[in-house]
Design a protein around this ligand. Structure first.
Ligand SMILES: CC(=O)N[C@@H]([C@@H](O)[C@H](O)[C@H](O)CO)[C@@H](O)CC(=O)C(=O)O
Length: 310
């Protein structure tokens, strides 16, 4: 019997950061090393080229290079979902075809942005990339950055296609997350997007999460999922509060991704600076980043034993 979408894709995914060399060019070796860092950390997989991955700031060729490097390194060990959303439909179609050709597990996309498109245009944009490959497709709903809110009606319509496997719900309303799950049906995978409220998303029906801060604390999000999934609510709430203390600090730097990349650099994983207009950390941030990294590693020590007992 064919595995369900929830069985195949449910779980926790780090939204992978970009990997550049010191001149800001996509660096395949660094991308491979970054992907390898997440093996054995309790995650199901990686989400490549999304918001955290700066896909929207890269050329089609750079995006292909990032994906190829990741798949060469971890294919079969981690499930790889690749974001193929681009402003021009033709670019998304090309990325969708490429994803299938190089062996990604699934594709995903935001709407085209800037033109404030209506539902018919967005639906057509997504449909073209769905049709361009045989891979499962995950809608990426992130209204606060795209200006487009996925309606339950459009979600239900798309979900009628067997290839449409779920939604990455980065909107902040837990109610809307539940409504998308209801619209998609039992085997429609809903990923929680806001890392700060994973427990709420899970409690209301998320099948896992994809997050931009998982990349600096994958063990904590894996533990959080296990505690919440086992119904150990008090511990899950306590861990979510601990995580949120860390996220608040990360959000205090010139850019979230710059801070996350700087923290990974302290652990020997070099990925370069984020691409402008995203700002890198400042030299004056060095001491606080050291302290934050130490705090995260303390939290990992505190919480992994608790979750292993689940
Ligand atoms: C608005 C936004 O960027 N949301 C992030 C969160 O992971 C976010 O970084 C986190 O909750 C911190 O605010 C994700 O939903 C997006 C994401 O994971 C990605 O595609 O990289």
């Amino acid at each position: 019997m064919k595995a369900s979408h929830v069985e195949t894709f449910g779980g926790m995914y780090a939204a992978l950061y970009s990997a550049y060399d010191e001149e800001g060019r996509v660096d395949r070796q660094r991308a491979a090393r970054l992907a390898r860092y997440y093996v054995g950390k309790g995650l199901r997989g990686l989400y490549v080229g999304g918001s955290s991955g700066e896909g929207m700031l890269q050329s089609v060729e750079e995006r292909k290079a990032m994906l190829e490097a990741v798949l060469d390194e971890v294919k079969g060990e981690l499930t790889v979902i690749v974001h193929v959303g681009a402003n021009a439909t033709a670019d998304s179609v090309e990325l969708s075809r490429h994803a299938e050709a190089v062996g990604a597990d699934a594709i995903s996309a935001v709407p085209s942005i800037y033109y404030r498109l209506g539902e018919a245009a967005v639906e057509n944009h997504w449909q073209q990339m769905i049709d361009a490959s045989s891979l499962p497709f995950f809608i990426y709903n992130i209204p606060q950055t795209t200006g487009f809110t996925l309606s339950a009606a459009l979600c239900a319509r798309l979900a009628r296609q067997p290839k449409v496997a779920g939604v990455k719900m980065s909107g902040e309303s837990a109610f809307e997350l539940q409504q998308l799950k209801a619209a998609g049906g039992e085997d429609f995978v809903v990923f929680n997007g806001p890392d700060e409220q994973y427990v709420a998303g899970k409690a209301i029906g998320a099948d896992g999460g994809i997050g931009g801060t998982y990349g600096v604390m994958p063990e904590l999000f894996a533990a959080l999922d296990r505690l919440a999934g086992a119904g150990r609510l008090a511990e899950a709430q306590a861990l979510q509060r601990r995580i949120n203390g860390i996220i608040v600090q990360l959000l205090g730097y010139p850019s979230l991704y710059g801070a996350c990349k700087a923290i990974l650099s302290l652990r020997g994983i070099e990925t370069g600076a984020p691409r402008l207009p995203l700002l890198p950390v400042r030299p004056s941030d060095a001491d606080s980043l050291q302290a934050l990294n130490a705090d995260i590693l303390d939290a990992v020590r505190e919480w992994t034993a608790a979750a292993e007992a689940v």
